[in-house]
Design a protein around this ligand. Sequence first.
Ligand code: ADP
Ligand code: MG
Length: 727
Amino acid sequence: MAKLRFSALAKRSQRERVKIKRFNGKVSDYFGSNVFGPQAMMEYLPGDVYKKLLRSIETGDKLDISIADAVASGMRSWALSKGATHYTHWFQPLTGSTAEKHDAFFEIEDDKVIEKFKGSALVQQEPDASSFPSGGIRNTFEARGYTAWDPTSPAFIMEAQGGSTLCIPTIFVSYTGEALDHKTPLLKSIAALDKAAVAVCEYFDKDVQRVHATLGAEQEYFLVDEALYYARPDLVMCGRTLSGATPPKGQQLEDHYFGSIPTRVQDYIADFEQEVWKLGIPIRTRHNEVAPSQFECAPTFTEVNKAVDQNLLLMDVMQKVAERHNYKVLFHEKPFAGINGSGKHNNWSMGTDTGKNLLAPGKRPKDNLQFLTFFINTIKAVHDYADLLRASIASAANDHRLGANEAPPAIISVFIGTQLTEMLEALEKNTDVIEKGDNMYLKLGLNKLPEILLDNTDRNRTSPFAFTGNKFEFRAVGSSANSAAPMAILNAIVAKQLREFKRDVDAQLSKNAKKEVAIVNVLRGYISACKSILFEGNGYGDEWVEEAARRGLSNIKTTPESLHAFVAPKAIALFEETGILSKREAEARLEVSLEQYVKKVQIESRVLGDLILNQVVPAATEYQNTLIKNAKGQADLGLPKEAYQSVLDDIVEISQRLTKLRQLVEAMIEERKTCNNMPNADEMAEGYCHKVRPYLDQIRYEADKLELVVENELWPLPKYYELLFSH
Ligand code: ADP
Ligand code: MG
């Protein structure tokens, strides 16, 4: 019998509800209590220090180094009051997860132990961390990597039984100042967008001094029982199943979607919600997703840098709390074949310091021209840099999802709803607006825009980039991704586009055009230039693939192919103009992403090979032996062959599949060897993509067929229905 599988199943069926500790009082009583936010700062910092710190948080300017000691001292007192024994710089290396290296607060002075935390330790650290990928940046220069505090994202306490840790969000750069992380370019993109958007806001509202990008990231995930998880090496090592026959019931009934949340899951969710609320993460929404065992949670949006950090922290806490409930959280984009994968919908907009959402139409027609300006410029940016956006979400895991029949396709298009489409068409064609500037708003329908949008309940779940009334939703982002990467690109391309817009409008103004007319004319030109990216139809359909090709839109299916957009001359020019990355940093990023891709596929290929040879082949052989015995027995009894023909057929089928499996695994290993000898990361990634990866599917096909033939008791790996319907 397949011992591990059945003991796991036994464990799962004996699970009892885990008692969770409900915090006393209302959520508002403890929300953010583990964050060094304005309230804690006020309490623990001298007045002038508090003010200076707050100012640098608001403006994103560098912290005045003279107050670093005072801030550190206040932060230490606060952290000690929360039971912290250690502190760490918390950063986001290019591996995609977060990293930390803890140091104790205490120091030894004159043979005495005292708690200390100096400003220098707060502001900068040298964690070495030389094993993180750098794309070659650290080989040629100093090997050292530095972390530096980012005051715009608040420090927080990570609780643990053995003593809590003060976590300080930081950037991670090389000795020579090159970015080794996701946060550095994000912060730069935020500054670039701020500057470009404020300049454009001047046409409409001179009071605007700051514009910040906002993000609300909806997080999808799967939950599986921990015991079953550990019985599947592919889940443990790759985060997804590499084999598994389709169960008779999948998601076809759609009975899971928005259904009542299973009790054990509900307990788990309530537990992690409390924990993240303490960390100031405003998770507000929770529900079942389409696939069985798939769920989603979403926070209230906030400034993009904070939102990215909160999402990473959320994923970390979700994983930790899951342990208490004997669950494992799967953030992988496609843990199970044949049913939906998971995304992280990035809801994005721009807000002003005067409290306005620049992608929300306003009450006055003038506000609506401002809305249209930011709306059309965003669409134009997406049109001009579609390939770069595609590259920003590329990963081995997301390749399984994009273009599969439940996720947005790898073709980047923008959905805006029929009414806005009509409006843009009218705007593009309406020539006499130019002469009659006075009643322009009326002519363009800008006077009734808010009502239009209010009615506009159009939803298109198949679009990778959809306007949803007052924000764009970038849906192609993968569930395990660090949103910093796509958000940095989105901010940067919109910043670049807004700069261009400003130049174009100013050029018209210098020819004495009326401001509104100049703006409208420039926008009309943009609509003509970028309307090919607008698509209202079914993004999952084959017709769209053909239509998109006719329109000249890219459909880049694989990660290795898409990543090159990062170093295209157009991208480098963008990075340099907006200052988010240098050419060298962009090249390093390409290198790291290709390496990551290769490693992911390489690991999957190895794990699958082992799984087949050590588990599937022995199980099938054992069952085959039983069948052989049976056939022999029937023959010995002198029964006619027809009586046990079906047994013979099964024996033959198993034989054939086993032979095929062995051959495929052999061939895959050979192909890996060839790829590993390729001269550069580029060719290796191409090889792994087009030569190694196809074996994964072919092998899986044979293994899944065997799963359907081999006696249930002998099958070693928890089956799909056990993994998916186990709460
Ligand atoms: P839906 O369910 O229609 O997708 P919700 O209103 O539930 O939309 O919002 C989804 C996410 O979008 C939430 O995280 C929400 O906070 C976020 N969101 C709403 N407004 C904005 C905005 N202006 N900028 C960024 N995100 C936003
Ligand atoms: Mg949504």
